[in-house]
Design a protein around this ligand. Sequence first.
Ligand SMILES: [Zn+2]
Length: 314
Amino acid sequence: MKERIWSLVSELVWRMRRGPCLAVLTLHRVGPNQPIRPDAVARMFAYLRRHFRMMLPSQWTEALSEPSAMITIDDGHEDAHEIIYPLARREGVPLVICVPTDYFLRDRWLWFDRLNWAIAQCAGKAQVRVGGETFSPDHRPSVVAFKMHVKSLPPADRDGIVAELLGIVGREPPTVMPKEYRPVPREAMRGMLATGTVELCAHSVTHPVMTRLDDAALREELTRGRAELEAFSGRPVVAFCYPHGQSGTFDDRTQAAVAQAGYRVAFTSVPGVNRPGSTDPLRLKRVHVHPRLSMLTRELAGLGGWRRRRAGAE
Ligand SMILES: [Zn+2]
């Protein structure tokens, strides 16, 4: 009942506030065993197609004249091709796939997937102590807090903790990634790009926290990540997606480097909808896809900030 009321309120507010905007949706993993299931994605795509003009980064213009939306998929795991793409084709919506090139082009494990793999090997242990931190592998909030801590560290310290944890596990992740960790196969990506309904977005080379890099490493991640995708696809890559993306993972220095590298738009993970006049194209906000469509429509109607503040106060 509460859900139904929120859907109606969101719909009403949406109609009242309807105007030029850019909503950028964020998807990561989708699957029957993931928090975001295929049927939730199908409902979201149908909703977006009804209410927004769907865009790709190459069509970006600051002179937005109507409610517009992009759908971004971060990292490019195989489900982007196997699950999300068929749903997008069915609903006629375009997709932006953000891929780190070490992962996509060289089949190297994403650092956080190595961490996820190591944590999965610890299942059944009551507690694990690593890098001065303790977490409970079977307790999701504890694992989430541990992963947030590891993510906040400079790359060398972060990799040190992952190595220490792998030492505790007693083995390295397999060289050939298990299916659940694999990127979209390159031939499959070529096929999707050829339809013109999918664009690649640069997402660095190694998926670091950009603010943790020195100037030279920052430049390398921005320019090589882009050049390698352009060489792969034969098309210009105009968008950059900040790895991790929350506030603190980008700043004025990283933004200047993004501009200097020639990107026209950059996506963060700061929640919100972008409106003309108050939108910086190199710091675009995004809306995380939620398992419940009513939560998503609330964000799109601009009621998400109120919900988050209320949740924070509770
Ligand atoms: Zn990512």
